[in-house]
Structures are given as C-alpha cells and as structure tokens.
Design a protein around this ligand. Structure first.
Ligand SMILES: Nc1ncnc2c1ncn2[C@@H]1O[C@H](COP(=O)(O)OP(=O)(O)O)[C@@H](O)[C@H]1O
Ligand SMILES: [Mg+2]
Length: 245
C-alpha cells in the first residue's frame, strides 16, 4: 500500500521550473533515499511533503487524502543542523512534542501527566544513547549527539512519516556509521516510512530500500526542471527477507 502518492507535481518559482512532473508512490514502511546534485530541488520536495511548500501543479496524498496545508505531527523532520531548540535542555527538547500534543495552546503538561511524559522522554533518550545528557543544552553536545537528539525529538510525536534532509552530512565518518546503525534500528522498530535526502550515494544505498535519483536537464533529459531519472530497488526490509527465506 502506498502511504504517499506524488502525482504530476511541479514546483515553479517566478517562471523558473525547479521540479518537473514528479510521479512517485511511496510504500508504507519503506525507506526511500533521494539523491541528486546540489540545487536540484531535493529540499523543495521534502518541504512539499512537510506542507511547508505547496506544489505549483499536481498533488500529494497521504493515505489517500490530500496533504493538510500545514505541518502535522504525523510527519516528522530532521535537518542537517538546527532541528532542535537551543534554549531547551536535551530532556526539554524531547518532552516538547508531547507537551504540544497534549496542550497545544499551553505547551506544558502538569502533574501526573508531566511525570509520565518525562518517563517516556527519558526512555527515548536512553534508546538513542543520550541518557547521561538530559540536562545539557544542544550547544554542549557533539554533532552526532545533536542529531541523535533531533531523531529522538522527531520520534516522540510518533510520526507515520519521517523526513530527513541530509541529516548526517555534517558528521565525521565514524559518527555517521554509528548513527546509520541507530537510524536503521529505529526504522525497523517503528515501521514508519522514511524519506531521506542525501548526496552521499553510499549512504543512500546502505539505508534505503529504494533509491530515487533527481537530475536537472541534460541531453538525455531535455526537461526544464529536475525530474526523477532513476528509481532503483535496493533491498526489502528485514521482515520481508525473513518471510522470503
Ligand atoms: N522559496 C523559494 N523561492 C525561490 N527559489 C527557491 C525557493 N526554494 C528553493 N528555491 C530554488 O530552488 C532550487 C532548488 O533548491 P533546493 O530544493 O534547496 O535544492 P537541493 O536541496 O537539492 O540542494 C534552488 O535553485 C533554489 O534556489
Ligand atoms: Mg537541500
């Protein structure tokens, strides 16, 4: 079943075609990597999936219904940097999605609900390897820890779809390898759908169940904007492999 359907989507800024006629069905529970040169429109595509940008033409549905016009908690996002709030502690950052979910206008939980939420937040921090850092501020963390925190924060809202925009590209190779393992584990545990933009091809293949290539016009691709030029199946998710064995 497709979770996300992108149908004939164009994005045009002041007569400049950035993305042209994208068609893509994203299966529930898949991990789709999107690669392409800088400036080809990868972030623009993720922004449309977040409802931070509306397609100039075409439409996007989530579970068959048009995307809402505003970001919602069913779609989480992690950027390369600055996905978390610098003025909140690590624990405060992970608590925030729960606070917003329960009390949108107050942004705070009181009494026993706050106690439960804190327990849940601490468990999530343990899960991503940040147990000892709960009272620190993001600026005190290494880059790898900040991205673990960003993942933890996004997951607290229990999104159906997680959107990752070059989330690991500022990390050194060793840290990146560790966070790949974590990301894969979180994906397998939650069964959520992930769409990850990266310009690291090996990362795209290591993590994705499918790799989509976006490319700007070339002699082979005489379009005005970037289009999908390759759609490469990589490997099924672990449960499918077991089923097939
Ligand atoms: N809001 C906007 N208004 C005008 N142009 C934009 C806007 N957002 C992105 N662009 C342009 O669209 C192109 C694709 O940008 P982007 O999606 O950020 O590329 P990528 O993430 O692949 O590097 C760039 O040329 C960028 O300048
Ligand atoms: Mg980008």
């Amino acid at each position: 079943m497709s979770t996300i359907e992108i149908k004939d989507v164009w994005q045009i800024y002041n007569d400049r075609v950035v993305l042209e006629k994208l068609n893509l069905n994203i299966e529930e529970g898949s991990f789709v990597s999107i690669v392409g040169p800088s400036g080809c429109g990868k972030t623009t595509l993720l922004r449309m999936l977040m409802s931070e940008e509306i397609p100039s033409k075409g439409g996007i549905t989530l579970d068959g219904a048009p995307l809402s016009h505003e970001p919602t908690q069913e779609r989480g996002v992690v950027f390369q940097r600055y996905s978390v709030f610098p003025h909140l502690t690590v624990l405060g950052n992970v608590l925030l999605p729960l606070e917003l979910k329960e009390s949108r206008w107050l942004g705070k939980l009181l009494g026993p609900r706050r106690y439960d939420a804190k327990a849940e937040a601490r468990q999530m921090l343990e899960h991503v390897g940040l147990r000892g850092a709960s009272e620190q501020y993001p600026a005190q963390l290494s880059g790898g820890m900040q991205q673990r925190l960003a993942l933890a924060q996004a997951l607290m809202a229990k999104p159906r779809v997680l959107l990752l925009d070059e989330p690991f590209s500022a990390l050194d190779p060793g840290t990146r390898a560790d966070i790949h393992v974590l990301t894969k584990r979180l994906w397998e545990e939650t069964r959520m759908t992930i769409v990850m933009v990266t310009h690291d091809i090996s990362e795209a293949f290591r993590l994705g169940t499918r790799v989509i290539v976006l490319e700007r016009p070339t002699p082979d691709n005489p379009a005005k904007g970037a289009r999908i030029t390759h759609d490469i199946p990589v490997h099924p998710r672990a449960k499918d492999k077991k089923g097939a064995a």
